[in-house]
Design a binder for this molecule. Structure first.
Ligand code: ZN
Length: 444
């Protein structure tokens, strides 16, 4: 192990081993109480009985996928010394921000310089990654250690090559559980939010993307991980298109600074959701037919050659939906896709290349994918699998190209429900802000 492996980290070392690290702080791994034990890595409290090892010791089951923490161990830690050589130019990105993006970007940049905690609420398709480039570059120039974390591995994998290109002179570490690379001390780290549990007071600025995504939202130990991965006076930038209730409350109470980007990169508002009632739709699906409004809409899309996504709540809904479509429109080129589908990437590629007209899908397509020029429908949008933030993300698949910045979004529901209303409300709010901002900008 290198000495730099301990900078801003908590490295598990067995108490009977000695690792020769000058000045390393040795920190306890667990706090054993009368009835419960607390893991000092993930902050999880467990019952003494469930956490017990046979030899009278204790371990944490909650964060075990990162390597077992037990009372047989201690953490070795060295304070982050910011030993980086900054090679210029730091920012090698050649692109340009729109005037609107520049405005938000400057706000974010200033916040990072002050090490604020801030929320960047940018609609889907706003181009938020590029907007953080200037702030990130400035932080790197100041010699800061910076982290960029996301709850989703695929987001990390997508960000890594983009950041390598945009910051070509800065070594970047990529950390996630799926493909473990050995850890290296780097000025810029891209990692899953789980990996943050291994850091301790490491980052001068930490950016967390997609804070509303599973499993981060409402996950106490990941929120804890975020807090303790940042230096005592470090900055935190949380990015999302769909802030949940907790963040919204913090914004309302002025506990958290906020930057809005209510318009997409092409300057157009988000498409609003049209809601249609189709009570008892699953019964009809079982009988081999769609409710009339669904049938009518799909027919329009098929006949006009409009490409579309058709969301259903569960994997078991995919087959009946496909069979009904195939029966009515035998010439329609369509695919079904779900999370564990081994041909998922190939099917997404076919849709992208416009070789198929429609994808029937579960919530797996809710974010991260862009098919220019599509419309979409969600059957059973009131099902519990679709949270309001998932619904906003889904609606955000539409209107993402400058050529066709609009499109149709139809949600078919069994009953009127709060999550759909909340999604509509969020879209209305952002569009209202967008209109106001456009007026302000044109008055300049
Ligand atoms: Zn733990």
């Amino acid at each position: 192990m290198e000495i730099s492996d301990f900078y801003g980290r908590r490295v598990i070392v067995n108490k009977h081993e000695t690792v020769d690290v000058a000045n390393a702080q040795k920190l306890p791994t667990m706090k054993v109480g009368r009835r419960q034990v607390r893991c000092l890595r993930c902050n999880h409290l467990s019952d003494r009985r469930t956490a017990a090892l046979p030899n009278g010791q204790y371990y944490c089951r909650h964060c075990i996928q990162l390597g077992r923490v037990s009372t047989l161990d201690q953490f070795y830690h060295l304070p982050e010394p910011n030993q980086f050589q900054v090679k210029r130019p730091v920012l090698t990105w050649q692109g340009q921000l729109s005037p609107l993006q520049s405005r938000v970007s400057a706000e974010v940049s200033a916040g990072m310089a002050r090490h604020e905690h801030r929320l960047l609420w940018a609609v889907t398709g706003a181009g938020k990654t590029e907007m953080i480039f200037p702030g990130l570059a400035a932080a790197l120039k100041r010699g800061e250690r910076v982290g960029l974390a996301s709850p989703r591995v695929d987001v990390c994998l997508e960000l890594y090559p983009r950041l390598q290109k945009a910051f070509a002179n800065t070594p970047i570490a990529l950390l996630h559980g799926r493909n473990p690379q050995p850890y290296h001390y780097r000025q810029l780290t891209i990692c899953t939010t789980h990996q943050l549990l291994r850091f301790y007071r490491a980052f001068d600025n930490l950016i967390v993307d997609e804070v509303d995504a599973f499993p981060y939202a409402a996950n106490e130990s990941l929120l804890f991980a975020t807090e303790q991965a940042i230096k005592k006076n470090g900055g935190l930038l949380m990015m999302t298109a769909t802030p949940g209730r907790v963040l919204m409350r913090q914004v309302r109470r002025h506990q958290l600074a906020v930057s809005y980007l209510p318009l997409r990169f092409h300057g157009q508002p988000l498409p609003q959701i049209k809601e249609e009632l189709v009570t008892g739709w699953r019964k009809q699906l079982e009988k081999g037919r769609f409710p009339r409004p669904v049938q009518k809409q799909l027919g329009e899309w098929v006949r006009s050659g409009q490409r579309f996504l058709f969301f259903v709540p569960h994997i078991s809904d995919l087959r009946p939906a496909r069979e009904i479509m195939a029966k009515h429109w035998p010439g329609l080129k369509l695919r079904t896709v779900y999370a564990a589908d081994s041909e998922r990437l190939a099917k997404v590629q076919e849709m992208r290349k416009q070789e198929v007209q429609a994808l029937i899908t579960t919530t797996i397509m809710e974010r991260g994918v862009t098919f220019p020029g599509i419309d979409l429908g969600v059957l059973g949008a009131d099902d519990l699998v679709f949270s309001s933030s998932a619904l906003v993300q889904i609606a955000g698949r539409v209107g993402r190209s400058a050529k066709r910045p609009t499109g149709k979004v139809v949600f078919w529901v069994d009953t009127v429900c709060r999550s759909v209303q909340e999604a509509q409300r969020q879209i209305r709010l952002m569009n209202r802000r967008g209109r106001k901002l456009k007026d302000e900008m044109s008055a300049l």
